[in-house]
Design a binder for this molecule. Structure first.
Ligand SMILES: NC(=O)c1ccc[n+]([C@@H]2O[C@H](COP(=O)([O-])OP(=O)(O)OC[C@H]3O[C@@H](n4cnc5c(N)ncnc54)[C@H](O)[C@@H]3O)[C@@H](O)[C@H]2O)c1
Length: 381
């Protein structure tokens, strides 16, 4: 069977996501396995063309991984007809300008979330891509996590009966940078640079809710900056102008209430960094990144409230692990493979710029809800 190679312009590969998840764990891993297999059995390998602001950093990555093409000139990478796809994992604030350029150059576009900082810009990207007739996709990696795939399997199998509510708990302590280095980039904590946990995480929660449970109809959120000053990569103290925690309530179609806490100022007392508890009339589940535990109505204990007695029941022992029953590959890589099949053979790819824009809309309305102290209906885009 034939093997062809397509060029993919990758912008932002010196960053955390661009390097680890997209270049190493996805694109290079796909090439190592022999490419993406198309429906006719043909294979497609990817020639990454690295783009960034710092030639030395790009050269280091290129040398380390035996990559021949890198440039600081986005325009020249876009001018090459062999490059079919433009991928963007830059800081969020740099995305719109570069993506619009790539659309104009006729490239198919794959981008990290959020696709833009405002709904208006995110919609403009979706419209520009449609007008130009280029394929477009946004990273929605959480949908491909083993834990959430098992949760989806439970939903599809009717395990829950009628789903009543979802409780999401996401977060961990991000060090302030003074006595221990921060494990996230400082722009995340500056609103003027596209930071903030609402803009970062609400797009994720949006596609999780929309794909697993139903359309999001309203949002009430309280976004706060618990830690007002942090220390950046250069050791300088800066004001944290963006929210570092958000407490949100979302009403979904079918009357489901989802309550999701997102925080970079919480210490983990959970099994995983994100967990969703779903309660339904027939059963409940707790899904994390990898694992998923269930309790059926037939195995539900009957606690009686009595604070005079010590707690003896081991509630967590009454849950059962959902088996894998499948091989789970890296979610970023799975989505890359799907996007390449979408570009080359029109395979379905629902995670498009329009869905990305709905995620940005939820973030924008979440911030407005917090500023105005009220619940906000989500208009349908
Ligand atoms: N899908 C996910 O789970 C996930 C997780 C984290 C971040 N992200 C998204 O990925 C994108 C990158 O995040 P990251 O954590 O990798 O950030 P990062 O700071 O580690 O990397 C940012 C990249 O953008 C480049 N860049 C371009 N213009 C810049 C500018 N003006 N200032 C600073 N850097 C600039 C940097 O050189 C670097 O390559 C963001 O949009 C973020 O929302 C997605």
């Amino acid at each position: 069977m034939s093997v062809r190679t397509i060029g993919v312009v990758m912008n932002g590969v010196t960053g955390r996501m661009g390097y680890r998840q997209h270049l190493v764990r996805s694109v290079l891993a796909i090439n190592e396995q022999g490419g993406v297999t198309l429906s006719d059995g043909g294979r497609v390998k990817i020639k990454p063309v690295l783009v960034g602001r710092n030639a030395d950093k790009l050269a280091d990555i290129a040398t380390k991984h035996g990559i021949s093409d890198f440039t600081t000139e986005l325009d020249s990478a876009l001018a090459d007809d062999d490059n079919l796809i433009y991928f963007d994992a830059q800081v969020t604030s740099a995305r719109v300008k570069a993506v619009l350029k790539a659309i104009e150059a006729g490239k198919h576009i794959y981008a990290e979330k959020p696709t833009a900082e405002s709904t208006q810009e995110a919609m403009a990207l979706a419209e520009a891509a449609t007008a130009k007739g280029v394929k477009n996709g946004v990273v929605q990696d959480k949908l491909f996590l083993p834990g959430l795939l098992k949760l989806k399997r439970l939903i599809d199998g009717g395990f829950f009966g009628r789903i009543l509510s979802v409780r999401g708990e996401f977060g961990y302590w991000v060090f302030e940078g003074d006595w221990q280095e921060a494990q996230r980039p400082s722009w995340n904590y500056r609103a003027e640079d596209g930071g903030g946990i609402v803009l970062d995480m609400f797009p994720h929660w949006h596609y999780v809710m929309e794909n697993l449970f139903g359309r999001v109809q309203s949002v009430y959120a309280r976004a706060v900056t618990h830690v007002p000053a942090r220390v950046d990569e250069q050791g300088n103290t800066y004001q944290a102008t963006a929210d570092d925690a958000a407490y949100g309530i979302f009403e979904l179609e079918g009357g489901i209430v989802a309550q999701i806490n997102s925080s970079w100022t919480v210490r983990v007392n959970r099994d995983e960094l994100v967990e969703f508890q779903v309660d339904g009339t027939h059963g409940s589940a707790v899904a994390g990144l990898r694992n998923c535990r269930v309790q059926h109505r037939s195995a539900t204990p009957k606690p009686v409230w009595n604070p005079d007695l010590p707690a003896t029941a081991r509630f967590r022992d009454g849950w059962q692990e959902v088996p894998d029953n499948a091989e789970f590959d890296n979610g970023f890589k799975v989505q890359w493979e799907a996007f390449i099949k979408h570009v080359l053979e029109d395979a379905p790819f629902p995670n498009d710029f329009a869905s990305g824009a709905r995620g940005v809309q939820l973030a924008e309305l979440g911030l407005r809800s917090s500023a105005e102290g009220r619940r906000i209906e989500v208009p349908q885009l």
